[in-house]
Design a protein around this ligand. Structure first.
Ligand SMILES: NC(=O)c1ccc[n+]([C@@H]2O[C@H](COP(=O)([O-])OP(=O)(O)OC[C@H]3O[C@@H](n4cnc5c(N)ncnc54)[C@H](OP(=O)(O)O)[C@@H]3O)[C@@H](O)[C@H]2O)c1
Length: 324
């Protein structure tokens, strides 16, 4: 699988990274319904067999559970993939989740993540959200401290905008930004992408298939029967009136994918990789066979015609949403 240099760092990430949010299981506010750990581990092993060389997780996914599963899957491996994880979303004994960018919290969280992941150093340690915003400098200084100590190789951030990146870049160089990026969420295109390009900061976009919606696997029936422990059951993109409009878009996407002999999943992912400044897409999978539908996406360069045709479909979707 094609690899891309992560911004100014010496890491080379495959165009697809494996996302492990759903592997956190269902026992927390942002779960994805029931998930079997053995299946999660088999999915991680299959991803590595297919050539994916990095995994993204976070302390908060399943309140430590996703990191524990990743640690188990990689235990004893001679050559581990790059591991990216995140901090600064915390929880209490009632499983209530909050933001915390205070220095002492981040230093402690790093120890907890190293223990759960069963590693000595985190390859890419990311601030999960720029919240509370007044503390972003303090949180980023703590990441710089962990890099100096050798517990973290590179520091990155998620969900930051250009102005927030500019504030922290002065303290310590930012290796990567992890923003949401898919056909349905394009907020980074105007300012953040160009800013990262100018500063040679790697971009690893998340949810390229919009949590499974841009795959052809979602139907009205499936949306209506999502378990209450699957957070998508509360997401308006998966509810009417948006759902029908989104499903119409997916029909159009499937036709573009089919005429290229590709899957809808591949089209959704390859579209996010059409900008050379995007290093990689973080794609979530929870069963090994799901990987087979999309691992070739990183090696597909969309033609200008395909990009234009996707754009037309997205404009139609925007218009339909205005009328809905
Ligand atoms: N930094 C942040 O704030 C942030 C936020 C969100 C995500 N992320 C990261 O980005 C990763 C990817 O996000 P995501 O999980 O939302 O990404 P996604 O790739 O858009 O969606 C993944 C989901 O799509 C479904 N799916 C996977 N393969 C499929 C296939 N072949 N056919 C049909 N459906 C398929 C699976 O759910 P079902 O099978 O249940 O449908 C899977 O969990 C996360 O795991 C996480 O590591 C980070």
């Amino acid at each position: 699988m094609k690899k891309n240099k992560l911004g100014w760092t010496e890491f080379h990430f495959t165009g697809i990274g494996l996302g492990t949010w759903a592997m956190g299981g269902e026992d927390w506010k942002f779960g994805w319904g029931p998930q079997d750990d053995d299946l999660s581990i088999a999915t991680i092993h299959r991803a590595l067999d297919l050539g994916i060389n990095w995994i993204d997780t976070a302390a908060v996914y399943g309140l430590g559970h996703s990191e524990t599963v990743v640690g188990k899957a990689l235990k004893g491996m001679q050559e581990k993939p790059y591991i990216a994880t995140k901090c600064a979303r915390v929880w209490n004994k009632n499983k209530e989740i909050d933001y915390n960018l205070k220095r002492d919290n981040i230093i402690k969280e790093c120890e907890d993540s190293l223990r759960r992941l069963q590693i000595e150093r985190i390859d890419l340690y990311q601030l999960h959200w720029p919240m509370p915003e007044e503390d972003i400098e303090e949180g980023w200084s703590a990441i710089a401290e962990l890099v100096a100590e050798g517990k973290v190789h590179y520091g990155g951030v998620c969900n930051f905008n250009a102005a927030q990146l500019a504030r922290i870049e002065e303290i310590h160089p930012v290796a990567s930004l992890q923003p949401p990026y898919s056909m349905l969420v394009r907020g980074i295109e105007k300012e953040t992408l160009p800013w990262c390009k100018r500063h040679n900061i790697g971009i690893v976009g998340y949810s390229p298939m919009f949590k499974g919606l841009l795959t052809g696997a979602f139907t009205r029936e499936r949306s209506a029967t999502l378990p209450a422990t699957d957070h998508r059951s509360r997401d308006p993109h998966f509810q009417e009136p948006e759902l029908s409009i989104n499903l119409r878009l997916v029909e159009g996407l499937s036709a573009i994918a089919a005429r290229n002999g590709k899957t809808t999943q591949e089209l959704a992912i390859a579209w996010t990789l059409r900008n050379p400044e995007v290093t990689a897409a973080i794609v979530g999978a929870r069963r090994p066979e799901q990987l087979d539908d999309f691992t070739n996406a990183a090696d597909w360069t969309l033609s200008p015609d395909d990009i234009n045709d996707v754009e037309k479909l997205l404009v139609e979707r925007e218009e339909a949403l205005k009328e809905a």
